[in-house]
Design a protein around this ligand. Structure first.
Ligand code: GAL
Length: 417
């Protein structure tokens, strides 16, 4: 075959689109913690898109929900001079890494795709450090969801709860029907997620004062004691073998009808979808009792590390950022991941009812002031503060500590810098 014919054939199959010799040689190493069924399908979309553009994908997946193990691995890599091309970092941690002087900026892509116009202002701001874009956002997860197995709910004769009283009534009915009421995992971040849900059920203003402003008066208020009391009551509906259980195994318990309900962000929906379960028919997604009008957001993003001491982004890094924010990728990624696109204006018609509700609730809560960053998922505070507060919550949930003692410890932990 003549060279021209080979080129034509390659172009016809799409293999040549945008692929230069330099790109073909570049491999991009990507550190992330997306290893569950739904998560791997979602990150697989990015891998495929990058491969089609001629890059070699080097997967650096570190298992462990919410990324604690991944963050430890990342620090080791960076310290030893082997920083990956991109890593999953989000919220205030983006700025913490940028301050170390190890990131590259992706301003050219942000400008070309007009991120300022295409992102909600709160999120646009989080992607920047010192006036430069250093992170690319994937999607918006809502954290304050409760998932319910529909058959278990029907068998117990319960209704979808909207208040804590209604929740405990359903849970009791499930217990009486021989169904494990709550599927709960056993890692600190999962405890922290449930606790944060209960804080939010006291109202978005209470949440903001306690979790965003770290207001000492709110943190030590009788209302915060009540939060811990409710969490204590919730623990009586967990099973005894939750220690060390991964979140997706807890989701599987609800999918298989071994348990009735799970408190989890909508990455759990990615697991339901992966198991071919339908929202509304097989399971119900509903806001955590008392949080219908509020929305704890969790936006995943990638930051990009300097490679071989180069201060500018490589073509592969720019291609990653551009692909992540492209409308087609945004759509397919979220369909697998359980989230909604972070990019504004993506057509929601092919999404399920839960995603449509997430989108509608997001828009409504932004207007009403109930759109708040998730603490348990690294959006509200830096590492040290969030870690100290998480320790308090986990200790409480795995001991007989009194609510009053936990509140005092929490107020102290919130001062950690
Ligand atoms: C969250 C992350 C989600 C999901 C979850 C469980 O922190 O933002 O994308 O992966 O952890 O791993």
């Amino acid at each position: 075959m003549k060279v021209r014919a080979i080129m034509a054939a390659l172009c016809a199959t799409g293999l040549m689109l945008g692929v230069s010799a330099a790109q073909a040689a570049e491999s991009v190493e990507v550190l992330h913690w997306w290893t569950s069924g739904g998560e791997s399908k979602a990150i697989g979309v990015l891998k495929d898109d990058m491969t089609k553009q001629g890059y070699t994908w080097k997967d650096f997946a570190v298992a462990g929900g919410a990324g604690a193990a991944a963050m430890t691995a990342l620090k080791t890599q960076v310290i030893s001079g082997n920083a990956p091309s991109a890593a999953q970092i989000k919220g205030p941690l983006i700025k913490e890494w940028a301050d170390q002087g190890v990131l590259v900026n992706i301003d050219s892509v942000a400008k070309e795709q007009d991120w300022k116009k295409n992102l909600p202002p709160q999120i646009d701001k989080i992607m920047q450090a010192d006036g430069h874009y250093v992170a690319a956002p994937f999607s918006v997860h809502r954290v304050n969801w409760l998932y319910i197995n529909k058959a278990a709910l029907d068998k117990a004769g319960g209704k979808v709860p909207t208040t804590w009283d209604e929740f405990f009534a359903v849970a009791d009915k499930m217990k009486a029907a021989g169904i494990q009421p709550v599927a709960m995992g056993g890692q600190p971040w999962q405890d922290f997620t449930v606790w944060e849900d209960v804080v939010l059920s006291q109202g978005a203003d209470f949440y903001k004062k306690a979790i965003v402003d770290l207001d000492q008066k709110t943190l030590t208020s009788p209302q915060m004691v009540k939060v811990f009391d409710t969490v204590r009551k919730l623990t009586t509906y967990f099973d005894s073998s939750r220690t060390g259980r991964d979140w997706n195994l807890a989701t599987a318990m609800v999918i298989n009808g071994k348990a009735g309900m799970q408190f989890m962000g909508d990455w759990a929906k990615g697991e339901f979808a992966n198991a071919n379960k339908k929202a509304g028919t097989d399971y119900v997604c509903t806001a955590v009792p008392g949080t219908e009008k509020a929305y704890t957001f969790n936006v995943d993003s990638f930051v990009f590390f300097q490679q071989k001491g180069q201060k500018a982004a490589t073509p592969g890094q720019l291609a990653l950022a551009k692909t992540i924010m492209s409308p087609d990728f945004q759509k397919q990624f979220s369909l697998y991941k359980g989230s909604i696109p972070v990019r504004l204006g993506v057509d929601m018609s092919s999404y399920d009812d839960c995603a449509k509700k997430s989108y509608a609730d997001e828009q409504a809560s932004i207007k009403a002031g109930g759109y708040v960053p998730s603490l348990a998922h690294g959006m509200a505070q830096g590492d040290a503060t969030a870690g100290a507060m998480s320790d308090v919550v986990t200790k409480f949930m795995n001991s007989n500590e009194s609510s009053k003692d936990a509140v005092a410890a929490l107020a102290k932990a919130a001062k950690t810098k």
